[in-house]
Design a protein around this ligand. Structure first.
Ligand code: NAD
Length: 300
């Protein structure tokens, strides 16, 4: 399958490299010329627009920041829909809301263009290692057609259900992860305020009921885990901006489903505030930095 790839950013670039390494011929486009230059240097063929990618491709991978970017890339001027041949298979790996995934799929289907949503978990490290978890929504035959490309980028493929179901699974996962980073940060700030060594607290929690991926794989306190973003001045990783976006998507999905989501909504506001105070482009674990204690002199 001749592949197209749109969105060669933090996630897209290593995913594209894995496709190239597995022998796929790939035509790439990114709205940011510098990001596209790096993809071309890695071995991709340069395209001038999303439509240009569609003209050259039988399958198209997109991994873009948000739903508005996905709508623009698929449905906007010089977008995929303008140029994709009937039968083209589109694989959107962005984290967006399930409603947009279904809307884009429906518009493409009017022209006989196929679409699956296939968001990912595992971060830049997983994208680089080709070990991403990929949560897929779509028709079974389309998922099977996409499988060779997907296994080049991920190690754990789960077909969740119809179009949009992959996005639902992704939002559910990130709701839990996003809340957990805030919870771990609050817990460690309390521990420090009462003089408890964060390394010892980590040991306690690791073998107790509070153990969580957020603490064990990306500890928000600097100096505990040398591999964690916190020990690299919170270089992302997965940014605070993106976590705020994903919790917003989860809250919207809850609202549309008439589900109460109070903890997710509270965590969303924490990330929004952290973004507004300069932590937006840092790793989301920097929410720990944002939650620094007030002055000891302030009234309690
Ligand atoms: P990024 O900002 O690093 O890269 C996105 C790229 O898309 C940018 O280079 C941008 O120029 C390009 N772009 C935006 N709109 C475009 C358009 N209309 N046409 C062409 N190019 C366009 O973002 P990222 O970190 O790679 O994240 C991409 C998606 O993956 C997001 O939805 C995010 O939530 C999801 N995700 C990210 C991570 C992570 O750790 N970074 C992990 C899992 C999922």
């Amino acid at each position: 399958m001749k592949l197209g790839f749109i969105g060669t950013g933090a996630m897209g670039l290593p995913m594209l490299r894995n496709l190239l390494a597995k022998g796929f011929a790939v035509t790439a486009y990114d709205a940011n010329p510098a990001a596209l230059d790096v993809a071309v240097a890695a071995g991709a063929k340069r395209a001038a627009s999303c439509a240009d990618v569609a003209r050259a491709s039988e399958g198209i991978v997109t991994i873009l920041p948000s739903a508005s970017n996905v709508q623009a890339a698929y449905l906007g001027p010089s977008g995929i829909l303008e140029a994709a041949a009937k039968g083209t298979l589109c694989i959107d790996m962005s984290t967006i809301d399930p409603g947009t995934a279904r809307q884009v799929a429906a518009r493409l289907a009017e022209r006989g263009v196929r679409y699956i949503d296939a968001p990912v978990s595992g971060g830049v490290a997983g994208a680089t290692a080709g070990s991403l978890t990929i949560m897929i929504g779509g028709v079974a035959s389309d998922v099977e057609a996409a499988r060779p490309a997907l296994v080049a980028m991920g190690a754990n493929l789960v077909h969740v259900g119809a179009v949009g179901a992959g996005s639902v699974a992704k939002l559910c996962n990130n709701l839990i992860a996003g809340v957990a980073f805030v919870a771990v940060s609050e817990a460690f700030r309390i521990g420090e305020a009462w003089g408890v060594d964060p390394k010892i607290l980590t040991d306690v929690i690791s073998t107790s009921s509070g153990a969580t991926w957020a603490m064990q794989k990306n500890h928000p306190v600097p100096g505990i885990d040398p591999k964690a973003a916190a020990s690299r001045d919170y270089a992302p990783g997965f940014t605070t901006d993106l976590m705020g976006k994903d919790l917003g998507l989860a809250v919207n999905a809850a609202r549309e489903g008439r589900v109460a989501a109070s903890v997710a909504a509270a965590a969303q506001q924490v990330y929004r505030m952290a973004s507004a105070h300069g932590f937006g482009r840092k790793d989301c674990a920097s929410v720990y930095q944002f939650l620094k204690p007030g002055s000891k002199d302030s009234p309690v």
